[in-house]
Design a protein around this ligand. Structure first.
Ligand SMILES: [Zn+2]
Length: 464
């Protein structure tokens, strides 16, 4: 007799069935909030994901799942690898790809010296397009299938990313960056009204077109006039029920906080600046949050805001230290994902961010194993973006965004892995050693868009 496992029957008139077979792990309850780890994940040493079109029909033990799909013949099989949900980058600036790794300094000097001149180049359609291509190629090679992305001032920078995302059929979130003071002329919005009208036009053009989603993005409080924040808050609030996002930076570094409060002296704290302009709510995502005060955590929780933890960026710029145990306090937990924050972040890889997140946490003696880490990079990231009903899990009905990590990506790792059997131990080794070729394959909406062993690795060439 067939076991009662969760699955969707194949549509006999629909697209052909496709399978992905290999060791597999997917995540359930939040391990930061649930003591019993066994409720937080399912692991199959020989797993099978069955896909039809862009949807997962079933995911589980190969022997159990295969019996429901006698017609399934087309199976990609991966040995010495682990199949996981596609990873989610909750904060990244694609427009900073050309200046990643620039010699650092404090946040504000780094912005003036490297970031602003680079972003000014995105007025050009051609330049925007070439960087968007490069960026999409890089994140797919690292197993990231959804990202919450900063573009810059110019609509060309927004169009270029969405167009490239549409080509791959990835779910991407971006929008025009709103910034009308305290930055050089080429990037500065001419007026608060004009800039927000431009953002609204882009929102109408892109939000909900295929898998593309729009975010209202004031860069951070110091680079917006009160009028621009007010109009941005109004645009976000008017579109909140349509699933539009708000994305910005918060409490990253000491001098930044001091500057923000000097420009908004009426605010009780940095979070309160955004609150006063209607910028807090579901789908509002705040990057960094390293130096958050208790009353701010409470406000962020009360408004159901999300946080993007960007450890490699925080270490690179010498900002504050993110306190995951505060963000996940059981009394007022927040949705927390991981962000690469390229170009202050030093790579496009989420597993490498997990390596840094672990170390940042350990500096204050809070240990964080692979379960918590990979939860944040997959289902936790989807929750951070309120997309946990469609991505971040290998389960029936979810979109088939899937990543395959190689357990033997290098000669040394192949040798090292023989000394551990437990899946979470091996995943911790992967995140800690995390070589550049860690990802074996990436699937987006059921299609293999990256295959490390294929001659043309990416489905579309990422030409510069
Ligand atoms: Zn950032």
């Amino acid at each position: 007799m067939k076991k009662n496992i969760s699955h969707i029957d194949a549509d006999t008139q629909g697209a052909p069935l496709k399978g992905i077979r290999g060791e597999m792990i997917t995540f359930h309850e939040d391990p930061f909030l649930v003591e019993d780890e066994s409720k937080c994940y399912s692991h199959y040493s020989d797993g099978l994901v069955v896909i039809q079109g862009d949807k997962i029909l079933a995911a589980g033990d190969y022997m159990e799942v295969a019996t429901f799909y006698p017609d399934l013949k087309d199976i990609d099989r991966y040995d010495n690898a682990v199949i996981i949900p596609g990873m989610v980058d909750t904060h990244v600036h694609y427009v900073q790809s050309p200046m990643i790794g620039s010699f650092g300094d404090t946040l504000l000097q780094w912005l003036n010296q490297y970031t602003f001149p680079t972003e000014a180049r995105f007025r050009s359609e051609e330049f925007s397009r070439s960087v968007a291509r490069l960026f999409m190629g890089q994140i797919l090679k690292q197993g990231t299938t959804t990202a919450n992305v900063f573009s810059t001032t110019f609509p060309t920078s927004v169009d270029a990313l969405f167009e490239e995302s549409e080509r791959y059929n990835t779910c991407m979130i971006t929008g025009k960056v709103l910034q009308d003071r305290n930055l050089p002329e080429p990037l500065r919005d001419i007026s608060a009204e004009g800039s927000v009208a431009m953002a609204e036009e882009l929102l109408e053009k892109w939000h909900g077109r295929g898998r593309q989603l729009y975010a209202v993005i004031p860069r951070f409080a110091p680079t917006s006039t009160p009028r621009q924040l007010e109009l941005a808050g109004d645009l976000y609030q008017r579109n909140i029920d349509r699933g539009v996002y708000m994305h910005t930076h918060l409490d990253e570094a000491d001098d930044e906080i001091e500057w923000a409060l000097s420009l908004y002296p009426e605010a009780a704290n940095y979070t309160d600046i955004y609150r006063r302009y209607g910028l807090l709510g579901p789908r509002s995502v705040f990057a960094h949050c390293c130096l958050v005060k208790e009353e701010e955590w409470q406000t962020l929780h009360d408004y159901d805001c999300s946080v993007a933890h960007c450890p490699s960026s925080n270490l690179f710029l010498g900002d504050g230290m993110f306190k995951i145990w505060e963000a996940k306090d059981h009394k007022r937990p927040l949705r927390v994902g991981v962000g690469t924050d390229v170009g202050a972040g030093t790579n496009f890889s989420l597993p490498r961010q997990l390596n840094e997140a672990y170390k940042v946490s350990m500096l204050k003696k809070h240990s964080m194993g692979a379960l918590k880490c990979f939860y944040m990079a997959t289902k936790g990231g989807a929750q951070t973006l309120h997309l946990e009903d469609r991505i971040g899990s290998l389960a029936p009905g979810y979109t088939a965004d899937i990543t395959v990590l190689d357990m033997h990506p290098t000669e040394f790792l192949k040798w090292r892995m023989q000394f551990n059997d437990f899946i979470l131990d091996r995943m911790f080794i992967l995140q800690t050693l995390s070589p550049d070729n860690l990802v074996r394959a990436t699937y987006v909406a059921g299609k293999r868009v990256y295959d490390r062993e294929r001659e043309q690795q990416l489905l579309y060439a990422a030409d510069l």
